[in-house]
Design a binder for this molecule. Structure first.
Ligand code: BGC
Length: 370
């Protein structure tokens, strides 16, 4: 009898354990796997759909958060600051737990984010730092300075500036004057290339070299517009290159690189004369250009990694856990140093397109004509 009682107790115990386990896994509803799923709304504000990377970022982040069990509200702002402000305003009215914002103008969001803070909505600056406000809690991005440094170092290496005297004709561009990242990109490239400019190995026939790194905005392309980069490059070629060829162009991202490439093509550049052109983002058209020999490199920022990191930070905020950061010094937004998580960017050339971009599933081989 004693024996039967014991066996029954074990069976009941087992049954209870199994039902509790299945119950808690139902409640966690595919969330982060720890604790209960949280019913919360996350607002995601992206700058524009017109650039490949932002549509990809927005959609991937939304999918990841939804898989974790969150409700999401995703808006793209057509690169218009006022539109982004009113979209954020509408999101705030829906009481999200967290707002994830990739700003158009990093200095224009303080008033609307103050309202978010007054409702205890936490804010993560996505990819671009939001400036001049206390109301930004975290920043997640790729190491922006390193992006520029990789571009500058690549030019130095391709022209073998360590050993060659040049002088090589070089044209620098910088990104949108209102984008806080653009400064870091330029600074990284400047630090890598300035010694060679000082030595006279690199010369800038157009004179469009800022006097100092702080003047980077003087060669900025507003809103990162490819057509504006194209016409700027056409002007430089028509005015300063009648009797010479440009040998290297610092294009801070792929949109600008595309515009610059078009200007070069229209000017009759081809084959051996083609200059070294940098880029950033690994946009599809640019990767195709890399394979075709029309762009030397791009700096790839795997948006899936950024999305995963931000989703993790969102989840940590909502659960009241400690939030994962790895830099608490670099990103001073004018009001505070924003705790940041920095990811590592990767240089892509024709030699590693297959390994990095195709084998990892970022592109299908057929997307790239492979
Ligand atoms: C991003 C780049 C992007 C550029 C233009 C920057 O803030 O970091 O990846 O190419 O904006 O949208």
């Amino acid at each position: 009898m004693q024996m039967i009682k014991r066996i029954l107790a074990v069976i009941v115990g087992l049954f209870l354990t199994v039902s509790i386990a299945s119950c808690s896994s139902e409640r966690s509803g595919g969330g982060s796997g720890e604790g209960e799923a949280v019913d919360a709304l996350i607002g995601i504000s992206m700058p524009t759909k017109s650039l490949e990377r932002w549509s990809r970022d927005g959609v991937e982040l939304e999918e990841t958060l939804q898989e974790m069990g969150y409700r999401t509200s995703l808006q793209f702002a057509d690169n218009k600051v006022e539109q982004q402000i009113s979209q954020i305003q509408n999101m705030i009215n829906e009481d999200p737990a967290v707002l994830v914002v990739a700003s158009i103008d990093g200095s224009a969001l303080a008033p609307v984010l103050d309202q978010a803070a007054s409702k205890d909505i936490e804010v993560i600056a996505y990819d671009r730092l939001i400036r001049d406000t206390e109301a930004v809690d975290y920043y997640a991005t790729f190491d922006n300075y390193t992006v520029g440094k990789l571009q500058g170092e690549f030019i130095a290496q391709e022209l073998d500036l360590e050993n060659e005297a040049g002088p090589y004709n070089f044209e620098p561009f910088s990104g949108s004057p209102d984008d806080n990242n653009a400064r870091y990109f330029f600074e990284g490239a400047w630090d890598a290339l300035k010694p060679y400019i000082d030595e006279g190995k690199l010369v800038v026939p157009s004179g469009k070299l800022p006097e100092s790194v702080d003047k980077w905005q003087s060669i900025g392309i507003q809103a990162w517009m490819a057509p504006a980069a194209q016409s700027e490059m056409e002007n430089r070629l028509n005015s300063f290159y009648r009797d010479k060829k440009v040998e290297a162009v610092l294009a801070p991202n792929d949109a600008l690189a595309l515009g610059i490439t078009q200007a070069l093509e229209a000017n009759g550049y081809s084959g051996e004369q083609w200059p070294v052109i940098t880029g950033q983002d690994a946009d599809q058209a640019n990767v195709r250009n890399i394979l075709a020999g029309k762009q030397a490199m791009t700096v790839w920022k795997d948006t899936r990694e950024l999305g995963d990191q931000v989703a993790k930070m969102v989840d940590q905020i909502v659960r009241g856990e400690e939030v994962d950061v790895n830099d608490t010094e670099t990103y001073d937004n004018g009001k505070k140093v924003v705790p940041s998580y920095l990811l590592e960017p990767v240089v892509i050339t024709k030699d590693n397109v297959q390994e990095k971009l195709v084998d990892s599933g970022y592109y299908k081989a057929s997307d790239l004509g492979l």
